[in-house]
Design a binder for this molecule. Structure first.
Ligand SMILES: Cc1cc2nc3c(=O)[nH]c(=O)nc-3n(C[C@H](O)[C@H](O)[C@H](O)COP(=O)(O)OP(=O)(O)OC[C@H]3O[C@@H](n4cnc5c(N)ncnc54)[C@H](O)[C@@H]3O)c2cc1C
Length: 441
């Protein structure tokens, strides 16, 4: 089933032309379109399904600095401020709150990793507190267990995946931008060696600037342009339970389960990192580069099935611009929930948190998490296609940094001073065939 989502209306007509066309209305594309429009550009946001129908509505909603790889820490810090500023500037509600994130563990190695991460974080001005066993146990009284330790990051928070990207798209409309749903971008036209238009299923939009923020579909779109973008997606499953009136935290992590308040009388429950790998032709194409990542994460991964092929997002075939593409056959990636993960999540939740033993499940859904080989996104210009900016591969943590990513895309597009150094996000880092520096978290 799809995750709960606020639906918004589309603009009536495609524009005759645009200063910028953003392809993909997840959190990344929506914020990119918003920040471009704030700079006075005429922006069209193109979405093959509905705004936020894929990963951006299916996640936990964590907006964290805690345990971020060093390459993503500055953008996550900036994003927290931008979440707040967006609400103040637009009047739209993303559900963002700095409620703090709370982690517990009984594993010495895990606690040592968090303590080591803290050494880095404090040098970058991030506030995070290691908790003693007593502090962690007191704070996690709802688990009725003793914990060896934990960590609390007070400045981090959560936003509501049901509301966030639609709120940003609404803000774009208020700035004069347009939003086009059920409108797949099939490809690009070029003139004089640079992008000159986006070809959509509903017509052509002349433009000199395109942002490809297509999430799990980005690599197959790049393939049409002869651009090699190593990307792979794994399928994660998550459930929501009714928790009104229960004394539970907003955001809590343990290796067993994580829980997050959803803002609609529910909490989502999930097992961090647990996923199915559904083999596809694209997966085979890039498997060598993903080997270090899969070796690092194999404990949480298990083989999937034909779901990836059925979904059609990982194509290594060329499609025509004048005929329906795989994207029009799969408007919204809504992969099958893994029943064994849901059963295990329920069982672990009941064992860990007595208050969750008898709560009703209100829904469960799955999402394809798109990743790069090193677990760090690509955000930057594609050198071989002047006028195209690629922003994808957010590797399971792109929701929280959505505002910073969107801002950075607008910076790159307009030649403004970048909000953070974009060097770590270059596509070309995967060209050399050199060692892959896999993100720790
Ligand atoms: C279960 C789960 C839990 C997660 N938890 C967190 C978390 O707590 N915190 C966090 O930061 N991140 C989390 N993530 C990851 C996060 O959801 C993603 O990194 C983020 O949402 C990616 O956003 P995006 O906009 O890049 O992609 P998406 O949200 O996938 O959006 C891409 C959009 O592009 C559209 N599209 C693609 N191609 C085309 C085309 N050619 N034409 C038109 N439209 C197109 C798609 O339909 C889609 O709507 C989680 C993910 C999952 C699945």
């Amino acid at each position: 089933m799809p995750a709960p989502l606020r639906l918004i209306e589309s603009s009536p007509d495609l524009p005759a032309e645009a200063d910028a066309v953003v392809i993909g209305a997840g959190i990344t594309g929506s914020f990119a379109a918003y920040y471009l429009a704030k700079r006075g550009l005429k922006v069209a946001l193109i979405e093959k399904g509905v705004v936020s129908g894929e990963q951006s509505s299916r996640n936990w909603g964590w907006c964290r600095q805690q345990n971020r790889d060093a390459r993503e820490l500055p953008i996550s810090t900036r994003s927290l401020d931008l979440w707040e500023r967006f609400a103040a500037d637009s009047g739209e509600d993303t559900g963002f709150r700095r409620c703090g994130l709370f982690y517990v563990s009984n594993n010495d190695e895990e606690l040592a990793t968090w303590a080591k991460w803290r050494e880095l974080a404090v040098t970058m001005g991030v506030s995070t507190h290691m908790l003693s066993g007593e502090e962690a146990t007191t704070r996690a009284a709802f688990t009725r267990q003793h914990w060896k330790g934990g960590v609390f990051s007070p400045d981090d928070g959560i936003a509501n995946p049901r509301l966030a990207a639609p709120a940003v798209a609404k803000a774009l409309l208020a700035l004069g931008g347009t939003v086009h749903q059920n409108c797949a971008a099939r490809g690009l036209e070029s003139s004089g060696g640079a992008v000159s238009a986006v070809v959509t299923e509903k017509g052509v939009i002349p433009t000199r600037l395109v942002v490809m923020a297509g999430g799990a579909w980005a690599s197959s779109f790049c393939y049409q342009l002869g651009v090699r973008f190593p990307q792979a997606a794994v399928r994660q499953s998550i459930m929501a339970v009714a928790t009104s009136g229960l004394a539970l935290p907003d955001a809590f992590y343990s290796k067993s389960i994580s829980i997050t308040r959803r803002g609609d009388g529910c909490h989502s429950l999930a097992i961090s990192g647990r996923a199915r790998v559904d083999p596809t032709a694209q997966f085979v194409r890039f498997q060598r580069q993903f080997l270090p990542m899969f070796l690092r994460r194999w404990r949480n991964l298990s083989p999937g099935g034909i779901e990836g092929v059925r979904s059609g997002h990982e194509q290594v075939t060329r499609w025509r611009l004048d005929a329906p593409t795989p994207m029009e056959r799969m408007r919204i990636l809504d992969p099958k929930v893994d029943p064994s993960t849901i059963r295990l999540t329920r069982k672990r939740a009941a064992a860990l948190i007595p208050a969750l033993a008898d709560v009703a499940m209100v829904g469960s859904w799955a999402g394809y998490v798109d990743s790069t080989p090193d677990g760090v996104p690509v955000i930057g210009e594609v050198p071989s296609v002047p006028g195209l900016i690629l922003a994808a591969g957010f590797s399971g943590h792109g929701f929280g940094i959505g505002p910073g990513s969107g801002h950075l895309i607008a910076d790159i597009a307009t030649g403004a001073a970048p909000i953070v150094d974009p060097d770590a996000y270059r596509l070309s880092r995967f060209d050399s065939g050199g060692a892959i520096d896999v993100a720790e978290f």
